[in-house]
Every structure is written in C-alpha cells, then in structure tokens.
Design a protein. Structure first.
Length: 455
C-alpha cells in the first residue's frame, strides 16, 4: 500500500512538476532583438546570437532550460506588447492596437495577476521597472510596484545604477525575501529598462568594450555602450537567479526570460516598429525545475500565452477569463518541446498602423505568414520557417493560401477594433494622420522601415 501511495504521489508531482504552488519569475527586457544575446535562439544558426554582446548568465540559464527559436512578441512596440502580456490576448482583440488606445475590450479585473489571485488567494505579486500604460499595476493585481513608469524613468544620473537595473534588482530581492518569510508563492515581473535607448552602462563594464566601432551611419547609440548595457542587464539577471538560490526557492521557481519586442538583426527582415520578423521575433528562455536543460524548441509561441501558462502551472484546471487567446506552454515544457500548444484560436495576429510609413497588419498560421499593407493593399506571403529573411513572396504561387490568411486577418481585426475603425483603414484613413507611403508596394520598392519588397 505504501509503495502504491508513493508511486501515486510521484505521478502527481511528475504531472504538475511541483510539490507546492510554484513561484514565477518573469523577466522582460526592453527592445532586445532576437539575436541580442550571446545565446543562439536557433542552435544551428550563428546569426541568431550576437558575437559582440556577452550574456554569460543567460547562457547558463539556457543550459538549464529551454530556448525558443520561434518566440514572438504580441506587438512590435512596447506599450501594446505589454498590454497583451497582462491581458492574455492579442492587441486587436483587446482593442489596444496603439499606445493611445483607452477603450479596452476586457476589464483589468481579468488581468493575469488578478486571475491568478482568484485561482489561488495565497499568491502575492510585484512589478518593478517599466510599466508604460495608463492602467496602474495595482489595478491589475500587483501588491508592490514602481507605479506608472515610462521610458525616461529608466535614464538615471546615478553612475552605479544605469537604466535602474541594479535598483530594480534590490527591490526584487526585498520582495522575494518578504514572500519567503511570510510563506507566500509569488509572481514577480521584472521589466528592465535595458536595452532601450538611450544606452547607459557601468563605467567598469564599458571599459571592456573600448575600441568597439560606433553604430553605423543612421544608427542609434554607440555599440560599445549598447554592449556594456546588455552585459549589465545580464549581470542583473544572474544576481536575481543567485537570489533564488540563496533563498532556497530555485527548485520551486519557474523562470521566463524574453523581450517586449524585437529589433534589427543580420538575419531577420525589419526591426522595432514594423511587422517583419525582426520587429516581432524575440529571444526567449524558460527554466522549469525538474525539466531537462539545454533544449531548443521550434514550436511557435507568443508572449500573450503567458497568462495561460502561469495559471496552468499554478492552478491546473482553473477556467481562464472569456476572451483569453493564449495557450499554455506547460505541456510543451513537460514534453521536452514535443507537445503542441493549444489555443482557442490557433493563429497569431499583429497590427501596426501608427508610427510607421506603411500601415500594416500580419497573420501567421502554420509556417506561413501574410504581411498586409493597408496603403498599397498588397499582401506578401512568406514561409518564415524556410525563409527567415522574408525575401521570397509566395503570394502569386499560392493564391489560395494568401487569400485564406487575408480573410482570417481581416475578420480578426474587424472583430477586435470594430467595423468603423476597420472601414476607416480600408478607406485609407489612418490614425494620427498616417497616410499612404510613397511609391508602389511596401517601402516604395525600397528598404524602408525595415521592410523588404517581396521577390
């Protein structure tokens, strides 16, 4: 009987991964590109990591966990991406397609942390660092936070605390100590201001990169400072992970590292602010205690999956709020990357019609991604598994696939932002005075806004 009981308990723990409610440490970098760390997001592709930036602590985390070669941000800009993460749905479904959106379609009572606390009242939550939205962290369930903070809050005059990275760590350490002392499981989100412009770094770190060439003409910031800032961020990540060890909670803490949006890379098309792969594909590393490390997952995932994932680990079976679109990564992680991610609607949709020359939307289903330009009415179809750089437009070769994706894209956007806003886009009436770009096709046939004309 004892043997059978022990066996049953081992099966139960094996299925959940934890003997008690797990802590979740969610680390969100700012504007870090897919290849912005020294960890290869795609093991066989050298260009999926940086040769200039050094992130040894992330390399260690990757060796202990799983990297994702096809991890996506919910949006190509900060605000919308962060809203989607907190609410578990795409920016269009949330009706938060740009930073000025105020009429969200879901109440903040349905946020990730509020939902987590409904599922398990013992949880406590904190958010430190960049917030970048009008709803307060407290309204979304956070017990401790830095309040509503913006990009400029990360720029400090303290030479010992560039981008506030080190003071964020101190606040995080104090919060974790308090929760351990009081016996509460926690959700902790660290939203570092690094590596967003303007770059700041410790003088000692910067000294390591003396002699590195500055950014190329037209670039922003000095590469040496960017490299140093990236290393400082990595140092802070390492310190937080060490704190978990010191508090003896590492074996009951899930660690998720990613970025809010992408940036320019040598392999991917586009960058921050547009819907090329460079703007939306991001680094992601996840460590779950008891799961084999050093693995790479090729399954596409998206940042608004976070809510479903956290709830699946913390309160398996709890019913998510109506309208949540994300799916849980738990089966994927527990199966060494083999199990599928099940979502209510299995498609990724992005929408960016402000602060970009050519208003655009995109959808990915399976290996295909359709990139649609509202001003030119042109849809480009790419196989983003075989064609990382989005250089071969397959729309004419596969008109049925292109038409199917376009129809689903339009239906998704209409359902989210409404018939009136959709009709305005169709008429070329773009928000904030953003009108059609110049010339024919994306980028006027030239490489503008990071978008390459299909070939």
């Amino acid at each position: 009987m004892k043997t059978l009981l022990a066996f049953g308990i081992s099966l139960l723990l094996g299925a959940s991964g934890f003997a008690k409610a797990p802590n979740i440490l969610f680390i969100l970098a700012d504007d870090q590109s897919w290849s912005g760390t020294s960890v290869r997001m795609m093991p066989a592709e050298a260009g999926s990591a940086s040769r200039e930036f050094h992130t040894p602590n992330l390399e260690k985390l990757a060796a202990q966990g799983m990297t994702f070669s096809q991890a996506y941000a919910a949006h190509c800009k900060c605000e919308c991406s962060r809203a989607a993460i907190q609410m578990g749905r795409s920016t269009t479904t949330l009706n938060a397609p740009d930073k000025n959106a105020r009429n969200w379609s879901a109440p903040v009572t349905d946020s990730l942390v509020n939902t987590l606390k409904k599922a398990d009242r013992s949880y406590r939550a904190a958010h430190f660092g960049k917030w970048q939205w009008f709803h307060t962290p407290e309204s979304m369930g956070y017990d401790a936070s830095d309040g509503i903070t913006m990009n400029e809050d990360g720029d400090t005059t303290d030479p010992e605390d560039p981008k506030q990275s080190f003071s964020i760590n101190r606040r995080a350490g104090a919060f974790m100590e308090s929760q351990v002392k009081e016996g509460h499981p926690f959700f902790l989100q660290l939203s570092y201001y690094a590596v967003h412009q303007t770059p700041q770094a410790l003088a000692a770190t910067l000294k390591k990169y003396e002699g590195m060439a500055s950014a190329s003409k037209g670039g922003r910031g000095d590469r040496a400072v960017m490299a140093a800032m990236t290393e400082d961020l990595d140092t802070c990540v390492g310190a937080v992970l060490k704190k978990l060890e010191e508090l003896h909670i590492a074996e009951n803490t899930i660690v998720i590292y990613t970025s809010d949006n992408g940036g320019r890379t040598s392999l991917l098309n586009g960058g921050k602010g547009d819907l090329g792969e460079g703007g939306i594909r991001e680094p992601m590393i996840i460590r779950v205690p008891g799961i084999k490390g050093g693995l790479n997952c090729t399954t596409p995932v998206i940042s608004y999956d976070l809510m479903a994932t956290v709830l699946d680990f913390a309160a398996p079976g709890f019913v998510l709020p109506k309208g949540v679109e994300g799916g849980s990564w738990k089966p994927l992680l527990m199966s060494a990357g083999k199990a599928p991610v099940k979502r209510p609607i299995d498609r990724f949709v992005w929408h960016q019609v402000v602060e970009v020359e050519h208003p655009q939307s995109a959808i990915r289903i399976g290996d295909y991604k359709l990139l649609y330009f509202w001003d030119t009415k042109e849809g480009l179809l790419f196989d983003v598994v075989k064609d990382l750089g989005e250089t071969r437009d397959l729309a004419k070769q596969n008109p049925e696939i292109a038409a199917k994706l376009l129809a689903e894209l339009m239906a998704h956007i209409r359902a989210g932002i409404g018939e009136q806003a959709s009709a305005e886009l169709e008429r070329g009436e773009f928000p904030q005075g953003r009108g059609p770009g110049k010339g024919k096709g994306p980028g006027g046939g030239k490489k503008k806004d990071g978008m390459k004309k299909g070939k």
